[in-house]
Structures are given as structure tokens and as C-alpha cells.
Design a protein around this ligand. Structure first.
Ligand code: AMP
Length: 482
């Protein structure tokens, strides 16, 4: 893709995961469920609706196939296997899939394939393909994916998002871009100023629609949709499909091919999940202790508020832990710097709010800590999905204060299982006279940072977990906080 050089690599966030383990992909292939297919059109290939075994079976043009081979992609993920064939046939697609399932390629490949095949000239301010993403970070990652999958094509792309000067973005649009990746607010701004005109648009993709709606983008989306030409193909992806999203999908899509690859239990298989009961006042000390463990190489800590993220990061730094905060009140440069520092391991800990962390695709995050439990159980799944990426193992630790019991209950209901307890809060036992305010009781020898390190995410932990299934309660561990 010619204009991938326009994307300053230092601005690109997210470490590309070179290859998902084939086994992992195969394991997940059963989880795909076709919701509805609608009537077939005459030109559709035999592949539509079937799960593809390899990318070779797809009618992708050679430059795209070469780029996939460069990336060592051989087997499509379930969302790719189900949605790429109908999309290549010109069908609208409604895909229900979470982050980390390979959905970027599910919409990027059909767009690149079609525009690469047509090989038309990029016209000033008139993109042929438009991709909308809720956050700047996700938009940048998507643009990077387009640059990767389209690197052997003569296509140009532009990337626009808010929080930075629009000058460079306008320049890229003026020069002409086949594909535009954008966040809704900045896109509308530029449309209103006459820098973007959508009359020529052929393909429109929306990623993480549920998050866009959560972030209040519905009015912007409606305005954008009202300006799209009626002759277009739309690809619509969301992690959840509540009624308001279905309503939007109905408005946008025509006879869509609908696929749901959400696992029945939305919780991520290869992530060890534990709850630690702790008084609110004890969370900071517990966190410092957790983060000092040798096992915690790289961690994202979630707080509910932006201010909470700042305060916590500052306290960790004062305590000698390398940490930085990322949230929506930070400037774009500060957010990118925080991600770059975390990615390069210059800081061990990224303290984040939900919106800021959404879509972060960084390899090697060993632990996710829910310092505050999220109000929405869906956010829990998104949060813990930052670890255990690309077939690796990870650990998610959730700090639960007495006032957060109902959030914990909602999470357990949503993921369909009870979380193992790593620290049990002492409720009925009297506090020992010299307890110095300890809020927990030790029931096993395991201590944070001790030889039987409870935070390990290595394979012997997985074996331990398997062994413990028969006597789960007896094995519930608790440690003491001093
Ligand atoms: P996504 O859900 O699009 O963010 O993708 C998650 C990660 O999986 C990214 O790092 C992709 O590079 C990687 N990935 C996507 N599709 C495949 C595939 N078919 N084979 C191997 N890796 C993939």
C-alpha cells in the first residue's frame, strides 16, 4: 500500500501478533454460529457459509495472498472463515465478534481485495472505502493492519482521528486516499468542512459498534450514515448485539450475512481468573504487593475513573513501581507515549480506564488487574482479554471490596462461572489483636511473592487448575495482606 509510509511507524500502536497458533484457531472453529443467511444471490461462490480451512481457498488477489503469507497467516479465524466469502461476493455482513478474534482482517481483506482488483485512481477527498472505529488507538491499529495486508497493493490510505491537529490529515485527504480509517467525531468535522465527501464510497466498515454507542456516537453515526451513497457494501462488527445495535444494523445493512462467533461462555479460556476480596482502603497496598511479584512482568490495571487512574499511577511511581496512566483526558501524544513505553517495557504497569484500553493489542501482557470492578459485566471480558493474547496464557485478578459484591455477582453470571478466590475476606472471624488491620485470613501456605507463587501463569498452574476441579472449594486459597 503506497501510503503506508504516511503512517509514521512510531505513531502506530500495538504489537502485531505474528501468528495465532493454528491449534488455537482450530479449537475455536466450532464456536462459529451462523445466525441467518438470507436468500442467496446467483453469483455467490460455494464457500459462502462454509468454514474455510485455509486462505488459499479464498478468491483473494495475489498481492493480498502474498501479504498474508508474509504474516504467516495460513488458517482463517472463525470470523474470517465465515464472513470473508460472503463479503467477497458483495454481501453486507453483520458480524458479532470480540476483539482478538481476527475481525480486522475480516473486513480489511474484502475491502483491499475489491479496491486492489479495481485498481482505480485515488481522488482528492473522495475515499472509496471507509472504516469507522470508536477510539483513536483502535483506528491506528486498523490503519496499521490495512498497511500490512495491503503492502503489495498500489492503494493509498488516510487516517483521521481527533485530539491532534487536522492539518496533516487534511493534506493526506487532499492528496487522495482509496481507504479512509476514521473516528466518528473527526470524520464529521472534516466532512462539515468539505474535506471529505462520501458520494463515491463503495465499501463501509464499522468496527466495535457497541463501544461506539456506549461512547455516545449514535447521533454522529446516524449523520454519517445519512450521507452514504445507497449503492455500497457495508460490513458491521460488534462484540454484542443488543436491540439498539440491531436497530442500527437494520438501518444500515441490506440482507446481511449474519455471523456470531462469540463463545457461549464469553470468558476467555486461556486466562486464569481470580478474585481477591479486600477492603477499599487495602487495595493500594495489595496492588503494590501483587505488582512486585516476579511473576508480574507486564500488567494493565483498570480503574473506573480517569482521575482514579492518574492518582493510582502516581502512587505506584512514588512507591518505586514503573507505571503510567492512559485515559481519555490525556492528549493524543501522551496516550501514544504511554502505550509506547508500556509496549517497549519501559514501564511495567499501564493504569487504564475501559475506553482507553479498548482494542489495545499488545503481546506479552502477563496480568490484568481490576483495581475497580467494572459496572458492566461485558467490560470485564474486554478487560481481561488484554492478556492471554495469541494463544498465550495470562492471569486476571479482580479486587472486590464489600461494596462491589453485586458487580462481582453480575460478572460471574455473565461469564457463567464463579471466580476462584485468591484472597478470602475475613467476615465472621474476630480480628487477632496484633493483626494491624489485616483484612484476610490465611487458609493455605501460598503467599503473594512466595515460593508457591499464586500469580504464576505458567503451564504448571494450568495443570494445577485442572487437578483442582474435583475439590474446588477445598482448594480455594487465601493469603494475608500486611
Ligand atoms: P484482531 O482481532 O483483528 O485485532 O486480531 C488479533 C490478532 O490476531 C492480531 O494480532 C492479528 O494479527 C492476528 N491474526 C488475525 N487473523 C489471523 C490469522 N488468520 N492467522 C494468524 N494470526 C491472525
Amino acid at each position: 500500500m503506497v501510503d503506508s509510509s504516511e503512517l509514521n511507524t512510531e505513531e502506530i500502536i500495538g504489537v502485531r501478533l505474528r501468528a495465532l497458533e493454528s491449534a488455537l484457531l482450530r479449537d475455536h472453529s466450532d464456536s462459529s454460529r451462523c445466525l441467518s443467511r438470507g436468500p442467496r444471490k446467483g453469483c455467490e461462490s460455494d464457500h459462502e457459509g462454509k468454514s474455510l480451512k485455509t486462505f488459499e481457498e479464498l478468491d483473494l488477489i495475489l498481492p493480498v495472498r502474498r501479504a498474508l503469507a508474509d504474516e504467516c497467516y495460513e488458517i482463517p479465524t472463525p470470523i474470517q472463515a465465515m464472513t470473508i466469502p460472503p463479503a467477497l461476493n458483495g454481501r453486507d455482513v453483520l458480524g458479532c465478534a470480540q476483539t482478538g478474534t481476527g475481525k480486522t482482517a475480516a473486513f480489511a481483506l474484502p475491502i483491499l481485495n475489491r479496491l486492489g482488483q479495481r485498481n482505480c485512481r485515488a481522488e482528492s477527498n473522495r475515499p472509496h472505502g471507509l472504516v469507522l472505529a470508536p477510539t483513536r488507538e483502535l483506528a491506528i491499529q486498523i490503519a496499521e493492519s490495512f498497511a500490512t495486508y495491503g503492502k503489495h497493493l498500489q492503494l493509498r490510505q488516510a487516517l483521521v482521528y481527533g485530539g491532534v491537529s487536522q492539518a496533516k490529515q487534511v493534506l493526506m485527504l487532499n492528496r487522495g486516499a482509496h481507504i479512509l480509517v476514521a473516528t466518528p467525531g473527526r470524520l464529521l468535522d472534516l466532512m462539515n468542512q468539505g474535506h471529505i465527501e462520501l458520494h463515491q464510497l463503495e465499501m463501509f466498515a464499522l468496527d466495535e459498534v457497541d463501544r461506539m454507542l456506549d461512547m455516545g456516537f449514535l447521533p454522529d453515526l446516524k449523520r454519517i450514515i445519512s450521507q452514504l451513497p445507497s449503492q455500497r457494501q457495508s460490513l458491521f462488527f460488534s462484540a454484542t448485539l443488543p436491540p439498539r445495535i440491531m436497530e442500527l444494523a437494520k438501518r444500515l445493512l441490506r440482507n446481511p450475512f449474519s455471523v456470531n462467533v462469540s463463545p457461549k461462555s464469553p470468558s476467555v479460556e486461556n486466562i486464569e481468573q481470580r478474585v481477591l476480596f479486600v477492603e477499599r482502603s487495602g487495595k493500594q497496598a495489595l496492588l503494590s504487593k501483587v505488582l512486585r511479584s516476579d511473576e508480574v512482568d507486564s500488567a494493565i490495571v483498570f480503574t473506573r475513573t480517569k482521575r482514579g487512574a492518574n492518582v493510582l499511577a502516581e502512587k505506584l511511581v512514588r512507591g518505586g513501581i514503573k507505571a503510567t496512566a492512559i485515559h481519555g483526558n490525556k492528549s493524543q501524544n501522551a496516550r501514544q507515549q504511554a502505550l509506547a513505553d508500556f509496549q517497549c517495557k519501559r514501564v511495567q504497569v499501564l493504569v487504564a480506564t475501559d475506553v482507553a484500553a479498548r482494542g489495545i493489542d499488545i503481546d506479552g501482557i502477563t496480568h490484568v488487574v481490576n483495581f475497580d470492578l467494572p459496572h458492566e459485566p461485558e467490560s470485564y471480558v474486554h478487560r481481561i482479554g488484554r492478556t492471554g493474547r495469541a494463544g498465550g496464557v495470562g492471569m486476571a485478578l479482580s479486587f472486590c471490596s464489600p461494596s462491589e459484591r453485586s458487580e462481582l455477582g453480575a460478572i460471574e453470571k455473565f461469564i457463567g462461572k464463579r471466580l476462584d478466590v485468591l484472597i478470602e475476606q475475613q467476615r465472621s472471624l474476630p480480628q487477632p489483636a496484633n493483626s494491624q488491620g489485616s483484612a484476610v485470613v490465611e487458609t493455605e501456605k501460598s503467599r503473594l511473592g512466595g515460593s508457591e507463587n499464586a500469580l504464576a501463569t505458567c503451564s504448571h498452574k494450568r495443570k494445577q487448575k485442572t487437578k483442582s476441579h474435583g475439590c474446588k472449594n477445598a482448594r480455594r486459597r487465601a493469603v494475608q495482606i500486611h
